[in-house]
Design a protein around this ligand. Structure first.
Ligand code: SAH
Ligand code: DHB
Ligand code: MG
Length: 225
């Protein structure tokens, strides 16, 4: 099978699963439709990945979630749909345009009580949370500038507890993750992130490769010991 044909079939399989499995989740779809009308890149997680995050939230009984990288609020809405009514997603983004688009997404879904967006550089906002003694998060979803993943991991470890889950999107990047000589900051950051996980005695997890209509990538899942 040619690559282009494989991508086409992959997209059709995604559509098939969306139709078979995601009909009872109308809110994220509303957000996706709205985001498509806005001047932001289409780099959200996929619907089936969103559902998987929602399942993890429900399975873990998480109540407090930190997201690094909001974009239009799509993944934040998926995470929030898995939370109890009293649960909270705090999502961080430095782009004021994304923050205002995401605010509107949250209003569309009437999820204002569950999601708050904070505007600023993620590392600075996280540092401020540590200094403020913010209660630990049950899940941290890292999905912003990949070059800063090592820093986000270090800060996430200060904002979590034993039993928390750290999730990282885009850890494969069409296989570039194995390129030790890659000069791009994103791949260097991702490789340092995995070196840090390897060296850490507080993390235990895995990474899954994913085939999505946009291409080949992966997501990492790490339990804080
Ligand atoms: N999680 C979203 C996608 C996030 S895309 C979803 O799946 O729906 C990555 C986002 O990270 C972008 O909106 C970008 O503005 C933000 N970002 C990049 N670097 C950042 C930084 N240093 N601090 C905060 N946000 C950042
Ligand atoms: C891309 C995808 C993402 O999920 C992301 O967080 C950043 C970039 C991309 O496909 O370029
Ligand atoms: Mg991503």
């Amino acid at each position: 099978m040619q690559d282009s044909e494989m991508m086409q079939v992959c997209a059709e399989v995604e559509d098939y699963f969306e139709q078979k499995l995601l009909k009872n989740d109308p809110l994220p779809q509303k957000v996706l439709d709205y985001c498509a009308t806005q001047p932001i890149p289409k780099i959200q997680i996929t619907p089936t990945q969103g559902k998987f995050l929602q399942l993890l939230v429900r399975l873990s009984g998480a109540k407090r979630i930190l997201e690094i990288g909001t974009l239009g609020g799509y993944s934040a809405v998926w995470l929030a749909t898995g939370l109890p009514e009293t649960g909270q997603v705090i999502s961080l983004d430095f782009d004021p345009k994304c923050v205002s688009i995401a605010q509107y997404s949250i209003q569309l879904c009437q999820l204002e009580h569950k999601i708050s967006i904070r505007q600023g550089k993620a590392a600075e906002l996280m540092q401020a949370m540590i200094e403020a003694g913010e209660a630990p998060f049950d899940i941290v979803f890292i999905d912003a500038d990949k070059e800063n993943n090592p820093l986000y991991l270090k800060l996430a470890l200060e904002l979590t507890r034993s039993g928390s889950l750290i999730i990282a999107d885009n850890v494969v990047r069409k296989g570039k993750i194995i390129q030790a000589q890659n000069k791009g900051n994103n791949i260097r950051g991702l490789r340092q992130f995995f070196d840090d996980i390897e060296q850490s005695d507080r993390l235990d997890g895995t990474a899954l490769q994913t085939m999505v209509p946009r291409g080949w990538d992966g997501i990492g899942f790490f339990l804080v010991k």
